[in-house]
Design a protein around this ligand. Structure first.
Ligand code: DGJ
Length: 740
């Protein structure tokens, strides 16, 4: 419901949340009043105004009360009496940077279409309504449109902003955030995800300190280092209790997520395109639109926040087409063969894969040019007939005739210097031709800001996709952008390169999807270097990390689940000793970790013995049995690998009829203390059946929440001395399935 009072106070509310702001007297800017749990409607919201006249302020001309420094604002603009960081800064042709955006008009609409060109959430007319508030610059015909998306059944508000230049002069956008939210500090802490290659999205929780704190990317991709997400939580907030405000950005390029705590305990939360290295020339009659930000409120802890994000991304960002059928269980050739394969070897793997119930075979890097190592051939998307004498077409036909689907790896944004494309178009590489252009993994970044570059790559890929039957693409991206410079952009537009680049990436995604709508795409960036909501808009699943070790994956998948649904989290069983950390873990543990994601394999299964193959075949059957529960249920994190010896999580069916708990203990402990695992989210009144230590147990949902699962042996008979009993050993895991 969107209510607008005569005094132009806007109240967006649904059964969960309220978001309120008003047009401020005299200044006509938008003053933020409230965001949080739903409150009642009033005729007048003056009681929410919170500001004092303070000495030592600068006041606008003719006024002694309005200092923007103390106003909670919807869109703070540079060039006022607000000394905090603005969300918009514009530069005019005479070099001045003073703007003042005043209320002009509003419009209401229902539903949100699936947009072209820039990912953002979508919804039917019944599911969401949008309030667009239009502001006009006091000094020129520059209009600012603010979209507030209100979802009917979710505690979610989306924010997106547009600048429209109806003046006669060029302006330069120096900064344009997607969201600004000024709220009172309540001893908040903040949670974000950070890491590096092979240890992506580890959870960090810190006190919000006075001053500015931020996470960002300057690398041309959302990156392994930080994720475009943060949450504000009360000190008491746990996984299941307390409040949390989660903020995510639907964007894959350079972002900034910032909290500024001022000296009157107001927190300014911002997320958007990183203003560092950004500048955009907006000519008369042009429009610039920010990426969309998503704000979620939870009063049921971090799990509540994550569950909302999961529903939101599953149903309003990921193309609905991919929700209908279960995702295929796949085997990827990378860790099985790396670059060293031929058709015969691949078919051998595929045959064994088929035998144990795998659905999709994905051929990874190394099938094109003369790519026997990572030293060359990117950008030369011609089949390597030395390795594949029957081409991709022949291979995919043979794979299909076995009853498997076929997938292919590409890395379209990159170029190697040994390719005809590089020799013909060296100017298509990002960098300055007379200065150092650094390589990353021996490769260079194609300038996707140039439409001809995107088209060239599209046409190269199109011919392979047209001649072969391909069901799946794994789209990789293995280096960041450094020395950002485009020979084809004029001086005053160099600051557009990063954003134009990512729009070019979206453009190629759209060309592929428009022309090959049945191909499912998995995104990947050296593992999880671009795991963000915008990628999910095109690619419904992502390769979570190049680290496939089950124990490392506990942390990576735990952190990833803060924002992204299990249906998106690519998780594979790989070989031991593990290729990234050298650890040897049991096959069942590797399987029971990988099951909480889009399940797959990443090893040469032809090397496994019959017992291992039988075990895997049973694991696949088990996964298929639980797949809809895992990908469509509510996910609860129970024990964190970051602060507990045991990790545990579970999914509960939305109708609460069943649940699956995963418990993992990296190191065995002799004579350990007792452990009880409290299970939230079950129906308190229903009885659940489950097996533990070979015994069938029946318990009510409410006692499973209050008392918890008793993990000890339930030792009622004399079953042997401690010394002779079987030990669980290190890297132990257990699944417990509960059914009403
Ligand atoms: C990085 C990816 O994350 C891996 O899965 C694999 O596809 C390699 N690149 C191939 O070069």
């Amino acid at each position: 419901m969107i209510e607008i009072t005569d005094k132009k106070e806007f109240h967006l509310s649904n059964q969960h949340v309220s978001y309120i702001f008003r047009v401020m007297e005299k200044t006509h800017i938008l003053e933020h009043l409230y965001f949080g749990p739903r409150i009642n409607s009033y005729d007048n919201y003056d009681f929410l105004i919170e500001r004092d006249v303070r000495t030592g302020n600068n006041f606008i001309m003719g006024d002694h009360t309005s200092s923007f420094e103390h106003i909670k604002q919807e869109v703070p603009v540079y060039g006022t009496t607000d000394f905090r960081y603005p969300s918009i800064e514009l530069e005019y042709s005479d070099g001045d940077r003073i703007s003042h955006f005043e209320y002009f008009d509003y419009r209401l609409s229902k539903g949100k279409t699936r947009e072209k060109g820039q990912p953002r959430s979508f919804a039917s007319e019944q599911e969401a309504e949008v309030l667009t508030v239009i502001l006009k610059n006091r000094y020129s015909d520059i209009f600012l449109e603010l979209d507030y998306g209100l979802y009917k059944d979710l505690p979610i508000i989306t924010r997106q902003q547009r600048l429209i230049n109806k003046s006669r002069e060029n302006i330069s956008i120096e900064q344009f955030m997607s969201l600004n939210l000024d709220i009172p500090n309540e001893n908040y802490e903040w949670v974000h995800l950070d890491g590096a290659w092979a240890r992506e999205r580890h959870v960090k929780r810190q006190e919000v300190q006075p001053g500015v704190q931020h996470i960002s990317s300057t690398r041309g991709a959302s990156s392994h280092v930080y994720n475009p997400f943060f949450a504000l939580v009360s000190a008491q907030t746990t996984e299941n209790k307390g409040n949390a405000i989660g903020i995510a950005l639907i964007y894959s390029g350079n972002f900034l997520a910032q909290i500024e705590r001022d000296n009157f305990e107001v927190l300014r939360l911002q997320i958007g395109i990183n203003p560092y290295q950004f500048k955009w020339l907006l000519k008369p009659n042009e429009m610039f639109q920010t990426p969309e930000a998503v704000v979620c409120y939870s009063d049921s802890g971090l799990n509540g926040m994550s569950q909302t994000f999961h529903d939101f991304f599953n149903f309003h960002v990921i193309n609905n087409k991919w929700q209908k059928d279960p995702r295929p269980v796949l085997i990827n050739s990378w860790e099985a063969t790396y670059f060293d394969f031929n058709e015969e070897k691949l078919l051998e793997i595929a045959q064994t894969a088929k035998r144990i119930g795998i659905d999709l075979f994905v051929l990874d890097d190394g099938w094109f040019g003369t790519r026997d190592s990572d030293e060359g051939s990117l950008g030369n998307w011609k089949i390597d007939y030395r390795k594949l004498p029957n081409g991709i077409k022949g291979l995919s036909e043979k794979i299909h005739s076995m009853g498997l689907k076929f997938g292919l790896w590409i890395e379209p944004e990159m170029i190697s210097m040994d390719t005809p494309l590089y020799k013909k178009h060296p100017e298509w590489v990002i960098g300055h031709p007379q200065k150092n252009i650094s390589h990353g993994r021996n490769q260079y970044v194609l300038n996707f800001a140039i439409p001809e570059v995107v088209e060239n790559i599209y046409h190269q890929l199109e011919s392979i996709l047209n001649e072969s039957k391909i069901d799946y693409i794994k789209w990789d991206m293995n280096r960041y952008i450094s020395e950002a410079y485009s020979v084809l952009l004029p001086r005053q537009q160099q600051g557009e390169l990063f954003h134009r680049y990512i729009l070019g990436v979206y453009q190629l995604y759209e060309m592929l999807i428009d022309n090959f709508p049945d191909i499912m795409i998995e995104s990947c960036a050296g593992g999880g270097g671009r795991f963000d909501a915008a990628m999910l808009y095109y690619a419904p699943q992502a390769w979570t990390s190049d680290n496939t070790d089950a124990i490392e994956r506990l942390k990576i998948q735990y952190g990833t689940s803060f924002v992204y649904p299990l249906s998106t989290i690519g998780a594979h069983i790989s070989e031991v000793p593990n290729h990234q950390v050298g650890r040897t873990t049991p096959l069942t543990t590797r399987s029971e970790v990988a099951m909480f994601g889009t399940f797959g394999f990443e090893l040469d299964i032809t090397k496994l013995n019959e017992d291992e193959l039988l075990l895997l075949s049973n694991e696949i059957s088990k996964y298929k049995l639980y797949q809809s529960l895992i990908t469509q249920g509510k996910f609860y994190r129970l024990l964190s690998p970051f602060d507990s010896d045991i990790t545990a999580w579970m999914v509960v069916a939305k109708d609460q009829s069943e649940a699956l708990v995963g418990i993992y203990q990296p190191l065995d402990k002799p004579n350990d203390h007792y452990h009880r695992l409290k299970l939230p989210g079950l129906n308190p009144k229903l009885r659940y059946h489950y097996m533990i230590h070979g015994k069938n147990v029946i318990r009510f949902g409410d006692d499973l929440e209050k008392i918890g699962l008793i993990l000890a042996d339930n030792y009622t008979d004399r079953v042997g001395e401690f010394w002779s009993r079987e030990k669980q050993g290190d890297f132990y895991s257990k699944l417990i399935y509960l059914k009403t």
